[in-house]
Design a protein around this ligand. Structure first.
Ligand SMILES: [Cu+2]
Length: 147
């Protein structure tokens, strides 16, 4: 009988941990698209809010896109990140702050996105000073106003 109780307890603990870890992990998936509604060359979500330790997956739904962190548009201490064209990309965010990124060939067409980690806006001023190109300028300032 004691063994049975022990068994039930262990099962319960495993179940608890299992549901706990899946509740904590809030990974995001973003599609890289040629078209979404009236827009062309877009990420399916322009702004995502996550917690540090979460991973963002960018899916190469349509080809010809990538993800590149914008110089000066990421928190201090974050290293360069540039993914390969036509491939899914993945990045685990460990440093809190705002991350601005674009698609290298479509940056002037407005293909940009932001990731906000831990709702930390310490680098908002740097983000505002970031030089976005072409159509991205207007889109970026509209998005930044919502942060
Ligand atoms: Cu693109």
């Amino acid at each position: 009988m004691i063994n049975f109780t022990k068994h039930i307890l262990i099962t319960a603990i495993f179940f608890l941990f299992g549901s706990l870890s899946s509740a904590i992990a809030a990974d995001e998936t973003i599609e890289m698209l040629n078209k979404q509604g009236k827009e062309s060359m877009v990420y399916s979500k322009k702004v995502v809010r996550i917690k540090s330790g979460d991973t963002v997956n960018w899916i190469a739904t349509t080809k010809g896109h990538n993800v590149e962190f914008i110089k000066g548009g990421v928190p201090e201490g974050v290293e360069k990140f540039k993914s390969k064209f036509n491939k899914d990309a993945q990045y685990k965010f460990t440093i809190p702050g705002i991350y601005a990124y674009w698609c290298t060939p479509h940056k002037s067409m407005g293909m940009i996105g932001f990731v906000i980690v831990d709702d930390n806006k310490t680098n908002l001023d740097e983000i505002k000073k970031t030089r976005f190109s072409g159509k991205s300028k207007k889109i970026a300032s509209e998005l930044i106003n919502t942060f």
